[in-house]
Write a protein that binds this ligand. Sequence first.
Ligand SMILES: O=P(O)(O)O[C@H]1O[C@H](CO)[C@@H](O)[C@H]1O
Ligand SMILES: Nc1nc2[nH]cnc2c(=O)[nH]1
Length: 219
Amino acid sequence: MQGRFHLYEGYSLCKVTFPMRIFKLMGVETIVVTNASGGLCQDFKVGDIMVIKDHINLPGFAGQHPLCGPNDERFGIRFPCMSDAYSKDLRKLVLDITAELGYSNFVHEGVYCMVSGPNFETIAEARMLHILGSDSVGMSTVPEVTVAKHCGLRVLGLSLITNKVSLDYSREEKVNHEEVLQISKMRAEMLQNVLVTFIARSHQVETINNSNCIYSNAV
Ligand SMILES: O=P(O)(O)O[C@H]1O[C@H](CO)[C@@H](O)[C@H]1O
Ligand SMILES: Nc1nc2[nH]cnc2c(=O)[nH]1
């Protein structure tokens, strides 16, 4: 896919996640999700890639959850497990690939937190998210991954750190969407290299077949 639907654009989470169920019905088994996010982890630098190892579904805590409502048993169970939403095998494969490509210095694993947006975080909000265990924050991905996991798709998630989120009242810099787009363009080729190699090698991971799907926005 080129682009995605966002909650902040006014789409329901049912619409935001609809492509996942279409992919499932098409026979796709694995999805690769990419996004842009703000770095909360102080070790992260602008331009780093975060391999998503877990997420925090903040809108979900407030009842904005794509699986609310009657459960469609054709896709998955009522109470799905979410503790392994991001495949360990796929994470290992992509970490091996980035090491081989010489990218290790700017690739990390971390926890992505979804907020609804559309505003960027206040400093107090950013501090709270950091304390809660988030390494980066963005406005997408989590609903799609939740629905993908619900219907048995395997997920690889890559997040490009496009800006550092300010946790400090004395810092003057302000995040803006142009910066997000600019860093995304800057890193597009590198991410493409990673993904092309990942797809070529994905047969090495036992249960992957060739039915992979890339689902990205900013990159
Ligand atoms: O759509 P993704 O890649 O998550 O992009 C992120 O960047 C945009 C804000 O600059 C928001 O859409 C946010 O979610
Ligand atoms: N919420 C949020 N989304 C982003 N997308 C890219 N950067 C950011 C950020 O700092 N905060």
